[in-house]
Design a protein around this ligand. Structure first.
Ligand code: F6R
Length: 605
C-alpha cells in the first residue's frame, strides 16, 4: 500500500519520479504527489486520483530540481483529497510515508498544543511537523530525524528531504518495506525493486528498524539502536522493460494470456520431465519428518492454499490446516512440534501474512514461503523459499500468480508425498507427466476465449452471480467470485455446491447466473444435481465442464473444457473464471487494472 520513491540525483528528478510512480501505482492510486528541492527550497505538486492527474498538473506547472520524493497513495487516514496527498511538507521538510502511525493522535495533540497548524487529516503530516519541531528546536538533521523516529509507533516506511540540504535524504523502515538503490553519483530510495527498476539494479533491502542517511556518493545504514550496520547489496533482476502491457489492453489481460508460459517456466524449475522427478531447492529440513502443514495467506493466495489442502491431504496424507492470515495469529493457533508453516504471497509483503509468518517462526515451525517477489520480506525471513517465477504481476487482480502458486504447490505436494512414502517413483513420474501437460491445455482454453467472452458479456448486466463447485473446485468457485466482484463490482459469492440449499438457494431466480464448476468424474454428478436444483428455480446455469452435452437442455450456457487429470484441473479451471471476470469488467467499462478502493500490495493490517 502506497508507493514511495526518492531520488538524490544529478538530473531533473520529476520525469524520473513519474516513471517510478507509474510502476508503483499498483500499490495505490487514490492520489499522487511529488516534491523537489531546488535552490534549497521545497516545492511540491499533488493531485487526487490516479497518476495521470498529477502528470497533467506538472505539465501545467513544472517542478525543477534534481532531488525529489514522490508518492502514490492508498488512503488510510483521511479521504483522497489534495490536502491529504503526500508529500506532506512544511517550509523545512517534505515526507512521503507508507504505513500507519498508530500513536498519531497523541503526537498530534502535543503538536497542536505547541501551536502547529495542520492542513490535512493524515497521520503522515504528524511526522512532518514533528521533524520540523525538532529542527526548529536546533537539532541537526540527523539528530532531528533520529529523535522523530524514536517517537513513532506503528508501521512505516519513510523518505524525507530537508530544505537547504541538497545532498541529503533520509529513509526509515519499520514494518513497511524500503529499499536503497545505489547509483553512480546518485542514490535512491524506493518501496521495492519495481520502483527502482530503470534507476538502479544494485539494491539494499533495509531490515526492520533500520534507517538510512543518503548522500549522492555515500550511504550509512543504522539499526533501531542507532548503531551503524552493514546490509548486503543484492542485484535486482527486475528490468523496467518487464513492466509493459505489450499489445494487450490491460495488464490483467496480458497476465491471463501469459499463463501457459509462466506456468511452464515455474514447473520447469521444479520438475524434471525426463527423469520423471520433482526437485525442490535445498531443503533446510526433512520433508519426511513433517507431521502437519499449516497454510496461511490472504485473498487469491488463500484460495491457492485451499486447493493445496485437498492435494496434500489426498496425495501426501499429511494433515493440513488452512487459515486467512488476518485471522491466524489472533486465534492463538496450536502448532505441531516440527510442523511446517507455508505462506503464499505474490508480493511477499502482505502485512497480515508476514505477521503470521513471524508468529509461526516464534512458534517453532519450519517456515517456508511461496512468493513471486524474490527480494520480498517474506522471502528473506523464510527458512525455505519456493519461488513462483510468474514475472511481475501488475494488474491488481491476481491471475498468473494464482496458477503459478498452484504449480509450486502441486510440485511440493508430490515431493512431500514421495518423502512420506505415500507414492512410489512410478506415481511421481505419472504426476510429473500430468503437470507437464498443463501449459498446453491452458493455451487451448485461452484459444477459445471468444466463447467465454460472449457468456461474460451476457451476464455482465446481472446484479448477483454465484459460483459453485465441490471439493477442490470449491476454492476455484470462491476465487471466481472474488475476481468478478473486485474488478466488475458485480456482487458475487462462491459456494460449496452442496451448501446452497442451506440458505443461499433463496437468492436464486431468473436473474441470477450461477457458474457451475464441474469437471467430469469425482463429485461431478453431485454438483450436477445441485445445478438441477438451481435450474428448477429458474437460475441461469453456466457450466464449466468437459462433460459432453451439459447437464440439461434448459442450461443457459456451457464452456467446454478439455479433459485432464485431477491434479491439474484446478489450475485449468482458474482460467475460465478469470476470463469471465475480465470480460464482464470490460463490458461494464470498469478500470480493470486499478479497481476502486484496492491496491496490489497490502502492507497495512
Ligand atoms: C485478488 C488479489 C488479492 C491478493 C491478496 C494477497 O485478486 O489479488 O486478494 O491475492 O491481497 O496478496 P499477496 O499474494 O501479495 O499476499
Amino acid at each position: 500500500m502506497c508507493g514511495i520513491i526518492g531520488i538524490l540525483g544529478s538530473n531533473p528528478a520529476v520525469p524520473r519520479m513519474l516513471e517510478s510512480l507509474k510502476r508503483l501505482e499498483y500499490r495505490g492510486y487514490d492520489s499522487a504527489g511529488v516534491a523537489t528541492l531546488d535552490g534549497g527550497k521545497i516545492d511540491r505538486r499533488r493531485a487526487p486520483g490516479k497518476l495521470e492527474a498529477l502528470t497533467s498538473a506538472l505539465a501545467q506547472d513544472p517542478l525543477p530540481g534534481n532531488v525529489g520524493i514522490g508518492h502514490t497513495r492508498w488512503a488510510t487516514h483521511g479521504e483522497p483529497t489534495e490536502a491529504n496527498a503526500h508529500p506532506h511538507a512544511t517550509d523545512k521538510v517534505a515526507i512521503v510515508h507508507n504505513g500507519i502511525i498508530e500513536n498519531f493522535k497523541a503526537l498530534k495533540d502535543s503538536l497542536l498544543a505547541d501551536g502547529a497548524v495542520f492542513e490535512g487529516e493524515t497521520d503522515t503530516e504528524v511526522v512532518a511537523r514533528l521533524l520540523t519541531r525538532e529542527l526548529n528546536n536546533g537539532a541537526a538533521p540527523r539528530e532531528a530525524f533520529q529523535a522523530t523516529l524514536a517517537q513513532l509507533e506503528g508501521a512505516f516506511a519513510l523518505c524525507v528531504m530537508i530544505a537547504g540540504e541538497e545532498n541529503l535524504m533520509f529513509g526509515a523502515r519499520e514494518g513497511s518495506p524500503l529499499v536503497v538503490g545505489l547509483g553512480t553519483g546518485e542514490n535512491y530510495l524506493g518501496s521495492d525493486a519495481m520502483a527502482l527498476a530503470g534507476l538502479s539494479n544494485r539494491l539494499i533491502y533495509l531490515e526492520e528498524g533500520d534507517w538510512v542517511e543518503l548522500s549522492r556518493d555515500d550511504y550509512q545504514i543504522f539499526d533501531r539502536a542507532n548503531q551503524l550496520v552493514a546490509r548486503p547489496v543484492s542485484i535486482s533482476q527486475v528490468a523496467a522493460t518487464m513492466i509493459d502491457k505489450g499489445n494487450h489492453r490491460h495488464f490483467m489481460q496480458k497476465e491471463i494470456y501469459e499463463q501457459p508460459t509462466v506456468v511452464a517456466q515455474t514447473l520447469g524449475r521444479y520438475l524434471d520431465p525426463n527423469a520423471g522427478t520433482v526437485r525442490l531447492p535445498g531443503m533446510p529440513f526433512d520433508l519426511a519428518d513433517i507431521p502437519k502443514v499449516t497454510l496461511v495467506a490472504c485473498g487469491t493466495s488463500f484460495y491457492a492454499a485451499q486447493v493445496a489442502r485437498y492435494w496434500i491431504e489426498k496425495i501426501a496424507r499429511v494433515p493440513v490446516e488452512v487459515d486467512i492470515a488476518s485471522e491466524f495469529r489472533y486465534r492463538d493457533p496450536v502448532y505441531a512440534d516440527g510442523g511446517l508453516a507455508l505462506f503464499i504471497s505474490q508480493s511477499g509483503e502482505t502485512m497480515d501474512t508476514l505477521a503470521a509468518l513471524r508468529h509461526a517462526k516464534e512458534g517453532g515451525q519450519h517456515v517456508a514461503s511461496i512468493v513471486n517477489v524474490l527480494g520480498s520480506t517474506m522471502a528473506r525471513e523464510s527458512d525455505l523459499v519456493l519461488p513462483m517465477h510468474a514475472g511481475p504481476e501488475v494488474g491488481v487482480a491476481s491471475t498468473k500468480a494464482f496458477t503459478c502458486s498452484l504449480s509450486v504447490l502441486a510440485s511440493f505436494t508430490i515431493a512431500l508425498a514421495e518423502a512420506k512414502g505415500q507414492i512410489d517413483a512410478e506415481a511421481v513420474s505419472g504426476y510429473v507427466n500430468e503437470l507437464e501437460r498443463a501449459p498446453a491445455l491452458m493455451a487451448k482454453i485461452l484459444a477459445n476465449d471468444e466463447e467465454i467472452e460472449a457468456i461474460a458479456r451476457d451476464i455482465a448486466t446481472a446484479q448477483d452471480i454465484l459460483f459453485v463447485g465441490r471439493g477442490i473446485y470449491f476454492p476455484i468457485a470462491m476465487e471466481g467470485a472474488l475476481k468478478l466482484k473486485e474488478i466488475s463490482y458485480i456482487h458475487a459469492e462462491g459456494y460449496a455446491a452442496g451448501e446452497l440449499k442451506h440458505g443461499p438457494i433463496a437468492l436464486i431466480d431468473e436473474h441470477v447466473p450461477v457458474i457451475g464448476i464441474a469437471p467430469n468424474g469425482g463429485l461431478s454428478e453431485k454438483t450436477v444435481s445441485n445445478l438441477q436444483e438451481i435450474m428448477a428455480r429458474k437460475g441461469k446455469v453456466v457450466l464449466l465442464s468437459d462433460m459432453e452435452g451439459g447437464v440439461a437442455d434448459d442450461m443457459y450456457a456451457q464452456f467446454k473444457m478439455p479433459s485432464a487429470g485431477d491434479l491439474i484441473t484446478p489450475i485449468l479451471y482458474a482460467l475460465p473464471v478469470q476470463l469471465l471476470s475480465y470480460y464482464a469488467a470490460v463490458e461494464k467499462g470498469t478500470d480493470v487494472d486499478m479497481p476502486r478502493n484496492l491496491a496490489k500490495s497490502v502492507t497495512v493490517e
